[in-house]
Structures are given as structure tokens and as C-alpha cells.
Design a protein. Structure first.
Length: 228
């Protein structure tokens, strides 16, 4: 099998382009957030006459979509989406993911939950046997942050509020992110359900209940399609 030396940026562009095959002409598309999704949004401009618009998962993606002339609809205006295209920080062999490296996990989970099919676009570095190597992002209500960090400590995780320019990063929803290192998430479905119950947790960055149906993985061999 032939291999090519792609830069990580080229791999992101390859999977962003490949994701166009999953966009259904005539239908609104769900759009995630991040550097890989930015490549998809750029590619989506070539289909802008074929789709009514997009539902976006962040202010950043909304701005990029609009700049390319793609209408952005409010999530409340749609009852269902055929497909949601988004990246991941980690994806395991079942299509379970860690997301939220770009702090957009809550809106990402909302748009994913509206969608019939989650198509994950990622380069090969994101594929892992067990979730947890990437610090787990959790969006929390600020007054609960210290207690939630203590709850993660009891599970063996080391949490810290994410900073930007020396201050707590504030999400599009006005909340903060706790990043948790040192977890080994062997049962993502149970873990997501448990952490979701903790008071003050807005969204945990494990996407198991909203897992990927397909992953377009950028590799030196080209784009590989994994189905779950
Ligand atoms: C943003 C996310 C992104 O999908 C994730 O961080 C991957 O980003 P990138 O494509 O830049 O590696 O969850 O909240």
C-alpha cells in the first residue's frame, strides 16, 4: 500500500473535503468547531447553493460560515438534521469520543443530539484504544468548579480551570471549563451518565451517548472510513 507524507494541516483538509460526501443536498447540515472543521467549512462553500444552510456549534464556526455566504440557522428552528460533521480530541474503537478542546462541547452536544448521523473528521493522531489521554474538558457553572474538581480527584483525576490570558476562559455560554488529566475512561457510556448527574456540570466532554456513526480518518494512506 502506498503512503504519502502529509502535514497534519493537509490531513485535516483531506478529511474536511471527504466529509462533503455526507452532506445531503437540499438539507441543513450540522457543523462542529475546531481547526479540522474549519477545513470542512471552507470545502462546504463549494456546496453553498445546494443546501439551505447550517446549524452551528460555536460563535467561531458561525462567523466562518457566514463569511463564506452560508446561512446559519438557530438550533431551535430545526427539529432534526440528517448529519453533523465535527472533529474530536480522541476517538476510540467504538466511536466514543472526547471533545471540547475548543471549549465548544455544550453546543456541539446539542447539535449532535439533533442529528441522525455524527460524522467525525480527524487525523490519525486522535485514534486511541482508551479515552483519557487527552485532558477531559467539562463545562461547569463557575461556583461549582472547586467541588467538581474534588469529585474528579476522588476518581483519580486532576482537574484545573482552563485559563486564557491568565483568566478563566469563558465559554460561548458564559461558563468555565475544567480540564481533567489522568483519567482512564474504560466505560464511556457509564462515565458520561454519572458525571452528567453532578450538580453544576453543564456538559461533560465524553461523547458516548452521542457517539460517531462514522469517522473519516486522515492517514498517510489517505482517508480511511471507519463505521461504528
Ligand atoms: C471543539 C472540539 C473539537 O472538535 C476538537 O477540539 C478537535 O479540534 P481540532 O480539529 O482543532 O483538533 O471538540 O470543542
Amino acid at each position: 500500500m502506498s503512503t504519502t507524507t502529509y502535514t497534519q494541516d493537509e490531513l485535516k483538509a483531506l478529511v474536511g473535503q471527504a466529509a462533503l460526501h455526507y452532506v445531503v443536498p437540499g438539507e441543513i447540515v450540522g457543523v462542529g468547531t475546531g481547526s479540522t472543521v474549519n477545513k470542512f467549512i471552507d470545502a462546504l462553500a463549494s456546496m453553498r447553493e445546494q443546501i439551505p444552510g447550517a446549524v452551528s456549534s460555536s460563535e467561531a464556526s458561525t462567523a466562518r460560515l457566514k463569511a463564506l455566504g452560508i446561512p446559519v440557522l438557530d438550533a431551535n428552528e430545526v427539529s432534526s438534521l440528517s448529519v453533523y460533521i465535527d472533529g474530536a480530541d480522541e476517538i476510540d474503537g467504538n466511536g466514543y469520543m472526547i471533545k471540547g478542546g475548543g471549549a465548544a462541547l455544550t453546543r456541539e452536544k446539542i447539535v449532535a443530539s439533533l442529528s441522525k448521523r455524527f460524522v467525525c473528521i480527524a487525523d490519525e493522531s486522535k485514534k486511541v484504544p482508551v479515552l483519557g489521554g487527552f485532558p477531559l474538558p467539562v463545562e461547569v457553572i463557575p461556583m461549582a468548579a472547586a467541588r467538581i474538581i474534588r469529585q474528579f480527584a476522588a476518581l483519580g483525576g486532576e482537574g484545573a480551570v482552563r485559563l486564557k490570558d491568565g483568566q478563566p476562559l469563558v465559554t460561548d455560554n458564559g461558563q468555565v471549563i475544567v480540564d481533567v488529566r489522568g483519567l482512564k475512561i474504560t466505560d464511556p457510556l457509564a462515565f458520561e451518565s454519572e458525571v452528567n448527574q453532578w450538580p453544576g456540570v453543564v456538559t461533560v466532554g465524553v461523547f458516548a451517548h452521542q457517539k460517531a456513526a462514522v469517522c473519516l480518518l486522515g492517514t498517510p494512506r489517505g482517508v480511511e472510513t471507519l463505521s461504528y
